[in-house]
Design a protein around this ligand. Sequence first.
Ligand code: FAD
Length: 643
Amino acid sequence: MAVAVGILSDTRRRTLEAICDTFAPSIDAPDGDEVLRAFLARSASDLDVAAQIEGLLAQTMQQEEIDALGALIDAFAEQDFAAQSLDARTTIIHAISDSSPEAKLGVRQLRALTFLFFYALPDSAGRNPNWDAISYPLLAVGGESAVLDADVCVLGSGAGGGVIAAELQRAGRQVLVLEMGQYRNEADFKQLELPGLLELYLGGGLSASEDGSISIFAGSTLGGGTVVNYMNCIRTPDHIRREWAQMGVEGIDSPDYDDHIDAVWERLGVTSAATSHNRTHKKLIDACERLGYPHRDLTRNVDTSCEDPRVCGYCFVGCQKGCKQSTMKTFLQDAADAGARFLVGARAERILTEDGRASGVQASVVHGDGTTTSVQVNAPTVVVACGAIETPALLLRSRIGGPAVGKHLRLHPASVVLGVYEQPIDGWIGQIQSALSDEFVGCDGDHGFLIEAIGVTPSIQAMSLPFADGEEHKRTLARIFKYSAPFISVARDHGEGEVVIDNYGRAVTRWSFADDTDARLFRRAMVELSKLHRAAGAKEMMTFHQKRISWREGEDFDDYLREVDAGSLAANDIAAFTAHQMGSCRMGSDPGDSVADGRGELHDCNGVWIGDASAFPTAPGVNPMISIMSLARRTAAVIAARG
Ligand SMILES: Cc1cc2nc3c(=O)[nH]c(=O)nc-3n(C[C@H](O)[C@H](O)[C@H](O)COP(=O)(O)OP(=O)(O)OC[C@H]3O[C@@H](n4cnc5c(N)ncnc54)[C@H](O)[C@@H]3O)c2cc1C
């Protein structure tokens, strides 16, 4: 905090204290509860606000600015301001403020500074004493260490964590959410790829498997993946529910689970009412119709009253209009309204246990100045919802969860084929995702892929395009960017990957196309995406193989398809993507092959629950947010019923 440095005379300092105590006065009132009475009684002087302001001025202002502010304070002192009653001081403040535009600005600055420190200055435990009275849930911690208490500590605030925090706080538990990312909202969303990736994504958007075989996109901010995702809402398919029930997930095939989906659906405001198609999606729909494939408009969690398709293409770096109904807008808001508390920038390092059951969490908060506060949370119930890459890493660091921790990772590997059209596509404009086809779901036994499309962004497209030499790469990008439409496949994985930790306890993802079915599906998907582009009239197309595989109008299309089918899937020979990480701490009845039991509680540690996509026993084969949230709501109900 600002260090008090003496730059004001005694008279000015006393007058400044009185000004601050006029903005935040001590009121002796008998009404309300104890918290309210203490809040009303607390003055700016009780928090040394004037000294904090003086310290800040010394650090940030030039001498002439300090002199100008001093002259303003002198105007108060001339009226013997410090000796007046509160009412008289208030009248003087308004009168001086109204005396000139400069005075009005100066008074406003003093008021802003007073409230900055009065409502934001944390005490040694990291809490501002006024927050309880105004029901503010965000915590701050400072110093070397801090200790916090909660009934339930939820780790991660994404699709799973957000729902569980809301449901358990509503059920009367005191919930504390620790989120590794920061709190960012519409005011921070810049519609720019670089700051968006760096500030909102795991690993700054550059995460990948250990050998580079697949790029990993996951959200890391208050709200997790739900802040950056494309709002494509799909209910858990019935055959997946049956499969998971057979693997031991309790209640997943019962009508109760339908109620959980319905409740999530309703809270997110899922609708297809305003779904509209940009040029990329119009091409996809046109292609499906020409080939006789089914297609449908997406149902999305969006507030249709404020949606503006002109900025929707930047949805992957946060919705600037605030229409995306992320957990930040829905379940986390509900949790906060019910009294849950949040600590952002807080990375859970280890889950603490005593006698085989949860006792809390060890976390660390790194501050802007590089200092770190070590935080211990005492909590008998811990819900782990850090996403399917970080959740197993946390359990491995904590040495709990058994032999299956990190195994069975599913990624819904996505392929991209870029179609280049004669007319501009401007793929950064319009809803980022609005239609899909399930023509190839189940095309390979229980496995297959969805066909979808995405927006285009400069750096990700540049990173993914084939690279022969710098000039050719630049010329290609300059020629095609405006005209390119990316169609993608999202496959239901048959094989699996793994999450382990390195010597520093950091997550390491291992994954490859070693599984024959996954490799076959990926190749098939690129072939089918190419045929769709052809049907839509593309003049040129290319895969994201690093050794160029492309077709141009006039060339032999069958030759191209054979090349696509034969192209290398070895690590770094092709750009593959995952935005859906799942299954790495799965539920099941066998403790040797699963981490949590059918209700979500660890087999080997009571009081620790898996609340995110890690809990999926297998890949659902559809965009997973609704399934994650519905399963989390079910798990929250089980925890709440424990009493
Ligand atoms: C670009 C993109 C588009 C997508 N589009 C869709 C879509 O349209 N439809 C759909 O259904 N799904 C979509 N998804 C997937 C969906 O958003 C995710 O599957 C979902 O958010 C995962 O939920 P989760 O609870 O498992 O984890 P997340 O939502 O990823 O939340 C995990 C949170 O935990 C935090 N965390 C991690 N480690 C720690 C730690 N040690 N301590 C404290 N906090 C920690 C992270 O910062 C993160 O905020 C998309 C994903 C991405 C990235």
